[in-house]
Write a protein that binds this ligand. Structure first.
Ligand SMILES: [Zn+2]
Length: 225
């Protein structure tokens, strides 16, 4: 950091530095929750650390300029092996009760006892296509992992509104649709990471996650490969 740098940039760069990836030894991983940028030989990467997640993924890759740095492996590692099935079942039950309106909930993970919790979100206003809500207040050890909402009887897709809500957050985002009478429920899941949106199918650990099927066809356990 340049010595005469103004205070605001000093604070920003300390909170979120860019680090050169060593070519001849292993990069030391982030130890504390936060994120930083990594300059590797093939471009710019981001590293994010949360109590429940460690992620290293490319942000902007290039092969034109030879940069004298090391290589990185894409990493998405979770602190848990499964998300309890009951949480999804609770959500689907509540979302059906809320019909014809949308419904939303958080699944949180406690880094002290490693337990998940279901937190339905109290809506300040809800309709068939719109939901505004208050963010739950979490304990110090409790972390938002899954942000799930329903599209009532409409199909499951990430709307431009969803994209705005998900921007800049680190969480799994799930939308469940076709919840109406006689409809076949469907869902979409993605990992949001400071603006990156990674479809579940692209992540080994998430590609198995099934929240589909009507009535009894939801899998008994929602497990990661
Ligand atoms: Zn939505």
């Amino acid at each position: 950091m340049q010595p005469d740098l103004n205070l605001r940039d000093q604070i920003l760069q300390r909170a979120c530095p860019t680090v050169m990836v060593p070519r001849f030894e292993k990069l030391e991983l982030l130890q504390e929750p936060g994120h930083r940028y990594l300059t590797a030989s093939d471009g710019l990467w981001i590293e994010i650390m949360r109590p429940w997640l460690h992620l290293v993924l490319p942000v902007a890759l290039q092969s034109v300029v030879a940069m004298p740095y090391g290589l990185l492996e894409p990493t998405v590692a979770f602190s848990f092996k499964t998300i309890p099935y009951e949480l999804f079942r609770n959500f689907v039950d509540d979302a059906r009760l809320a019909l014809p309106n949308e419904f939303a909930a958080w699944f949180t993970w406690n880094s002290r006892n490693h337990q998940f919790a279901y937190r339905p979100i109290s809506a300040t206003s809800a309709s068939r296509a719109y939901l505004s809500f208050e963010r739950p207040v979490l304990d110090d050890d409790e972390h938002l992992v899954v942000d799930i909402h329903s599209h009532a009887s409409m199909k499951a897709f990430f709307s431009s509104e969803d994209n705005r809500d998900d921007a800049g957050e680190v969480k799994l985002s799930v939308v469940v649709g076709h919840l109406g009478e006689g409809q076949k429920m469907q869902s979409k899941l993605r990992l949001c990471a400071n603006g990156l949106k990674i479809p579940a199918a692209d992540i080994d650990l998430l590609s198995n996650l099934e929240i589909g099927g009507h009535n009894s066809t939801i899998e008994e356990t929602v497990s990661f490969r």
